[in-house]
Design a protein around this ligand. Sequence first.
Ligand SMILES: Cc1cc2nc3c(=O)[nH]c(=O)nc-3n(C[C@H](O)[C@H](O)[C@H](O)COP(=O)(O)OP(=O)(O)OC[C@H]3O[C@@H](n4cnc5c(N)ncnc54)[C@H](O)[C@@H]3O)c2cc1C
Length: 321
Amino acid sequence: MIATTGDTVDGRTARPAGRATAGTAGLASPPGLCRPLTVADTVEILADGAADLLAGGTDLVPALRTGRRRPRRIVALRRVLELRTRGASADGLIIGAGVTYHDLAGWSLSPGLAATARVVGSPQIRNLGTVGGALGTADPRGDLLTFLSAADAEVVLRGVHGARTLAVPSYLAEGRDPTELITAVRLPRPCGPQVYLKIGARQAASATVVSCALVVDRVRERVACAIGGVAGGPLRPVAAEDFVRAGVDWSTGTAPADVVAGFGELVAEAVRAVDDPLPDDPRASAAYRRHAAGVLAARAAGRCLSAPSPARSVDGRWARP
Ligand SMILES: Cc1cc2nc3c(=O)[nH]c(=O)nc-3n(C[C@H](O)[C@H](O)[C@H](O)COP(=O)(O)OP(=O)(O)OC[C@H]3O[C@@H](n4cnc5c(N)ncnc54)[C@H](O)[C@@H]3O)c2cc1C
């Protein structure tokens, strides 16, 4: 049974039309609110493509308030507990779309995801914002999107005709189908160091100007990088990845300083060559972003691939000598 405004779902009554919720207060004509309990019910409600999904609401609520979004129905996902699980299998990690940044920030199974989640927004935003919301918004500066691109993550989608899985770049190229629900993301288990570095007005609580995710896989002998904030989506600088991969001594997982510096230069070159650069904005010109991307990439590679000094650990925190 599907919940629509004023109907009952699984024995619970949905909020009547016109009565404001925390998220829709102030709207001239609030849309209907559905509060399904399961993924199957949610997908059924989405079938006509006329509903917007409400997860943490950190992007959607401002859009509703300013009238940038005017859906006929809002589907609140808070009660769909299936979306809020995360776990690991032999193949990799699976993270439900309803998992929040706060949940990820302390997750020891994925240090890169945890580092990314820790620099998103303020504690309030991290408590509300979800993985599904980050993918639903698909902001080219979105921190999670950039990390997921470097980690070769896949997006799991479900519609009335079944489930399908898309690599993050394919998902971004297609754009979100309003009849589908993002149920989870899948990514390989970490097999080496991972870092996420971001330049913003402040480390957290402000939008990203440029960011860099670096994922080293010591088993498959690969280095993957994604740059956020320079193009219409996260940029994978493939030539730079190949260069640094060839320069790593995989018996120790380290690379010499000239390889690390060369990697930064190739990343800056890749940013210069993007077809869809983000325009200059008051916070940063395109030239600054290009320069900053190279600096961040070299810094990330230095942290992941330099021989650890006795006094400093790989993530940059001071260790006991
Ligand atoms: C003050 C502030 C600071 C912020 N700082 C940062 C920052 O530092 N870094 C950063 O990356 N972002 C930042 N954000 C953006 C925001 O927090 C993220 O984009 C967040 O992940 C959105 O998640 P949500 O659960 O709140 O999504 P919602 O606002 O609920 O939804 C966002 C969009 O995704 C869709 N959606 C939600 N769930 C699903 C699903 N399961 N399947 C399909 N579509 C879905 C919705 O319909 C909507 O279109 C900030 C936002 C604010 C307001």
